[in-house]
Design a protein around this ligand. Sequence first.
Ligand code: UDP
Length: 412
Amino acid sequence: MVLRVAVISLHTSPLLQPGVGDSGGMNVYVRELVSSLSQIGIECTTFTRADREGLPAEVLVEPGHRVVHIEAGPHHLPKEALPDISDQFCHGVMDWIHANEKPDIIHGNYWLSGVVGHHLKHELNVPFVSTFHTLARVKAEGGDPEPKWRDRAEAEIIQCSDAICVSCVEEEEQFRRLYGDSLGRIEIVAPGVEHAFFTPGDQAGARRAINVDPDVPFILFVGRIQPLKGPDVAIRALAALGRPDAQLAIVGGASGRNGDVQASEAHALVDELGLHGQVHFIEPKPHHILSTWYRAADIVLVPSRSESFGLVALEAASCGVPVVASAVGGLLSLVDDGETGYLIDGRNPDNYADAMRRILDDSELAASMGKAGVERAKDYTWRAAAERLRDVYAELGAGTLVTCHGVGEEST
Ligand code: UDP
């Protein structure tokens, strides 16, 4: 029997360009993981909200993976307004399911989709899997509090989920500490990297392709320009490095309600530190094209405040580039301190600059870190993630559903 999965990705589509607005690691995760599921014979439909005019009702990403655009609310809505249209979105998904076919599993991504997935579970009486990507309590710990009602909504989703996917042991420990898991529903499904693109290669050729001088230290930051990701730390670390020939490229765009303000602040910081000729703000790049940027770099900087996983660090390692990252969350799993790069406690730019200096001043160390990174990254594949998830789905299909008892009570 073919297994059918309804993947919910309400607030952002896997078809969108990652690295700007609401689109980032989750979009890459949904697109790559769901496509890999379809490649191992699982039929997947990803439901996302139509966020602009003229979108086709359905897009076939590849055989077995289609994206369905659900009309719910005005097209252009800020993320903050999306809780108001989640019922409408849910009805749209139900209408599609009635007109087409019933899924065997529902898989929600992010809490907004979790709200919808939770309703669908009760409507359809099928197992419900959650991947949160971020959680209110985790954000609060990182100094970025969310409204109380989001925390309540997440607690409701958690208590009725039949499985909860996390990316790594650090995320699992954090989840246990903040939410408990008396029913043993946490499953580690490590994300992957597309090795067909993200692979080591000729640095000089890559630099030619993107117009970077072959002889200068070239530092790369990839991600949305938001405080969580620490672009300010990257800029200050470049200043602290004290190498006027060094170049820093920041690839990514603004995100969130204050996105434009944060982007302007990053530009202002560059001016304030007198780094105009050294820092380059680059528009987001199609995912596969980024591999050229990684290959061109001497170091990839990931100074995030928190990170449930940290795909950028994995992609850099896979391209054979040393990573200097903050010692938080999934980055602890992805970077071997002193082996594939350096893990830095806190976000003092001087410490990032010291680590970068060590790598830049020692070409043998840089080469051995690059090699170790490739070795570290090689087992992370989307295929392996899909196979792991297939096992999770299969087990749920054979068991009984977790029943809903209200927030704070867990029961089977
Ligand atoms: N990304 C991209 N193009 C860009 C910037 C980022 O494809 O211009 C991708 C990047 O390759 C990575 C994802 O966006 O796969 C960001 O994921 P990460 O886990 O690092 O951060 P998140 O967005 O989840 O906070």
